[in-house]
Design a protein around this ligand. Sequence first.
Ligand code: SF4
Length: 342
Amino acid sequence: MELYKIEEILAGEPSYRLRQVERALYRDLVDSWRNVTNLPVSLREKLEEEVPVNFNFDSLTSLKSDSIKAIIELNDGLKIESVLMQHMDGRNTVCVSSQIGCPLGCKFCSTGKIGFIRNLSYHEIAEQVLFFSYYLKKTGKSVTNIVFMGMGEPFLNYGNVIKAIRIFNDAEKFNIGARRISVSTAGIPAGLKKLSDEKLQVNLAISLNAPNDRIRREIMPIDFKYPIEEVIGLVRSYIKKTGRRVMFEYVMLRDLNDSDVLAEQLVKLLKGILCFVNLIPYNGRESNLKPSTRERIKRFKEIIREGGITVTERFRFGDDINASCGQLVYRENTGSGKHHKF
Ligand code: SF4
């Protein structure tokens, strides 16, 4: 959808009109503007003609049907991917992208290989959640959680990410509680500082993946610019200001970052920080990287737990559809999207 057009169409109208239109779309998920009877007929027709409620997308469902990946085609023909993860406990989490491609080039990530193409506007970020809201509406369900863990580094597109979060959080729009929204960053200092002052109760996740700079630099070139010590220092100030617990993500890579010694180093590094560690089994396809074995993950986890730090392991959603950042679009960005209407 060309959501940006809504504001253009309503530019000369009183401000309550924009609120009515946004409420009809984001909260009520109307199928057609013609059904929004509190709008003048001429406006309904204009919206129907210029911003019809439909999406250009391809979708793939996981064989295990716990996740669905959508590739949404944007106005300029570029494509973004978002994933819906349907949890057993009833949560429906959308993993959104904040950029097309990503400039950070993390070695375990296919998006990093694409390089940076462009930032997404807040409308394009919101559209990903809107798409899945309409998708779930058919089964009487709704989006309950949002994670910024798709393509891109959210803090390199800070303004649009925060605007999108405010749309998700707005009771008249998506009405998703801030505590159900998580932002994952490689640790961009400017973004960490700004988020500390936003007075938003969103969850912060740091993509750490190693307890020392030597290993982190092998897989995350951004560490040359912002070493671990600087990132951890900013996380400490963030926690001091917000009182919020931070998640550290750790992709488990065989013989690279998964030894006992590194688990002990990780405990030392995070000691005293209000945080928990989320271990992520690697499911990427990079030839020189391998996933840690089950036994290794188990032992790594034990050491962290014994060190007094809470540790979780992310369930492997959608392995069969490559539901990890960037992989599908990387292969398919040359194909054309399909035109669907809910
Ligand atoms: S892991 Fe995240 S920050 Fe790193 S290249 Fe991929 S999208 Fe960018």
